[in-house]
Design a protein around this ligand. Sequence first.
Ligand code: MGD
Ligand code: MGD
Ligand code: MO
Length: 765
Amino acid sequence: MPDGDTHAGEAKPEAALRVGAPKVVAGGVPAVISTARHALGQMGVARSIRTLAKVNQVGGFDCPGCAWPEPADRAHIEFCENGAKAVAEEATKRRVGREFFASHSVAELGAMREHDLGKAGRITEPMWLAPGASHYAPISWEDAFRSIGEKLRALPSPDAAAFYTSGRTSNEAAFCYQLLARSFGTNNLPDCSNMCHESSGAALIETIGVGKGSVSIEDVEHAELVFIVGQNPGTNHPRMLTALENAKRNGARIVAVNPLREAGLIAFKHPQRATDLFGAGTDLADLYLQIRVNGDLALFQALGRMLVEAHDAGAKVVDEEFVAGHTEGFEAYARHMRDLDWDAVDAATGLARAEIAAAYDLLVSHEKIIVCWAMGLTQHKNSVPTIREIVNVLLARGAIGEPGAGVCPVRGHSNVQGDRTMGIYERPSAAFLDALGAEFSFSPPRAPGHDVVDTIRAMRDREVTVFLAMGGNFAAATPDTEVTEAALRACELTVHVSTKLNRSHAVTGEQALVLPCLGRTEVDVRGGRPQSVTVEDSMSAVHMSTGTLAPASEQLRSEVAIVCGIARATLGPGSPVDWEGLAADYDRVRDHISRVVPGFEGFNERARRPGGFVLPHAPRDRREFPTASGRARFSVNELAVLEVPDGHLLMQTVRSHDQYNTTIYGQDDRYRGVRGGRRVVFVNPADVASLGFADGDTVDIVGEHGGRTRVARGFRVVAYPTARGCCATYFPETNVLVPLDSTAESSNTPTSKSVVVRLERAVLR
Ligand SMILES: Nc1nc2c(c(=O)[nH]1)N[C@H]1C(S)=C(S)[C@@H](COP(=O)(O)OP(=O)(O)OC[C@H]3O[C@@H](n4cnc5c(=O)[nH]c(N)nc54)[C@H](O)[C@@H]3O)O[C@H]1N2
Ligand SMILES: Nc1nc2c(c(=O)[nH]1)N[C@H]1C(S)=C(S)[C@@H](COP(=O)(O)OP(=O)(O)OC[C@H]3O[C@@H](n4cnc5c(=O)[nH]c(N)nc54)[C@H](O)[C@@H]3O)O[C@H]1N2
Ligand SMILES: [Mo]
């Protein structure tokens, strides 16, 4: 295996790779065709129709795709092309049984592409990799639980275990899982959020007192001005395009801020509306700012500077009543803005002053303003200050806690927000621990635990030696692939509760367990009755999800049942928690939640109402800001322009249209014109030329950080409309280049969207 490469066999240019022109409209007929191809390929005709009819319907299951909410008046078809792919991936008829494991060694699994591991099918029974064994072998559930319990109890300290969560886990499973970790004695609860919207939570808690978004879908549809910053909804939140289309019909203007020209931000043809399919579609962005990667802090400071200047000159652009009545720190902010260095703004944003002025004109000519954002903002060193800066501008305009206005961090995984609400957090509040301890009569640990990055360090340093994962693909999703994989291999035991195979099952500790669970689409019978779970979407709405399909195998257990099984085997009969009772009836789990987590009073009754209920949010509901002072806070943030040495590019890592994080549905990225391969690097045509390359060349991508050189080999250069000085590649292929020690200030999120790299002509072997 060459240095820096982790996936052997992928280093050569891909023979089937074809590159055409990027698209300028999302949805339309190609989306219909793609939906059908993915659904039918995995589920067949009858199962496709039966299954997709239940997605996001009252009495059906929540789409396992993204966290975008359902509108109050649901359409008969309330799923998108990529939701259908997510459902098909889970509801596939393909199976990975014991024969598959007998004929594929762990080393062979490790050499397979992520795409092929996933496409092999659903895992059907618990599997164990014994110390020194080359293959996984079947194991009974009770033996699996016992061996986990024995390993955990033998640890020198509870803090030598880590309990990872990915964001598809239901509220009920998440609540039980954090209770297991804390009953065992640790707050080591890293989760995918640490790599995702952690920066949003950190910035919002500091500034408005609540770490969640403040708008509803109706707000988006009735906003006058919507900024979409660092987000690609056409691929990652396709149903958001329907809300944006409605907003446009109501007269809204849209500003897109993105280094790439993304089809889904330019125009949309609703794939489930015949009049749209054959018409021109709806234009979305009125203003498209093709900003340099990591230029957003500078952009929002420039807007702030212009607001303050106009305010100083007597223009009515600042909402003085709101600022005086509900906020603090405006004067210090205004002073800082008056000193803004415009040269730094030019260098950081790469935008023309006229473009910034156009955004400013829209900002001051509308009152109902929403800013939406996702990973383009959260995965940089200065992510938290950048989001605080957005809050500054909204506060100055009085655009929060009013209909049609506010902050809208658009979450990723379908229940990532709910998992955090349920206590999946390495730094829980004292109030949460007090309530948890009182409910279950025990003393939860108080010391903060490890997040994702610190868990990797702790495994590397042999301080954490048992790693459990409730879903996800830790080996592939995390930064610095070589370091992370070595850290996982240094463990004594790795355990994955999963629906499908992935890279993490091949990168194991001395012993490993793969525990197959029910997915959201499947019927979950416990205690003789079908059970439902709940999820919380990106806009704090909580509702039920009930599976309808027969389970992929009779041996599957629900995530709740698996957690309770591990807990019984680990904590023994002395545990004050009735684990068996919880696993037999999720209403009991919800009753506990209703007494521990604020906002969940009457949980069982309210969750059963059609559409569920919305959690309280003081800034949104009452324009109250639960910060220490009771006021929303303006902040002062330093503008430091990221230095990119000559001959280098600032690389961001994005999702293609055919993937769900590390699950690769297919090899195409239709909107960006790429087919049949993923090892591409998108570079501005002028940069391609000035660096001495041509479109179609094969290069290695080289990163240097902290005295280490990291290389990802064999990428095709694609001359592409991205901002100057930047490039883009797909994750997880380039996670090998993301340094473990490069993280966001105060949120510790890996800086997957700003990696300094250079391109080297590949030496083809
Ligand atoms: N189909 C599908 N749906 C998904 C997912 C998936 O993989 N597939 N993943 C889910 C998850 S977990 C998440 S978190 C979300 C992710 O949703 P997104 O955040 O939309 O996902 P990314 O592909 O990371 O896209 C980041 C966008 O930000 C832009 N960008 C990058 N750097 C910068 C910058 O410095 N400034 C600005 N202004 N823009 C920048 C990129 O060009 C890109 O358009 O989607 C969720 N939904
Ligand atoms: N370079 C780079 N790295 C990134 C990002 C980036 O933009 N760039 N994005 C980051 C982000 S935003 C995120 S959220 C993380 C994602 O990190 P993870 O959440 O860890 O990764 P996923 O790929 O979403 O996990 C997929 C696996 O989950 C399992 N699974 C699917 N459904 C279920 C279920 O119902 N139950 C259980 N138990 N398991 C299930 C399957 O085995 C599947 O293989 O990656 C992060 N990594
Ligand atoms: Mo995410």
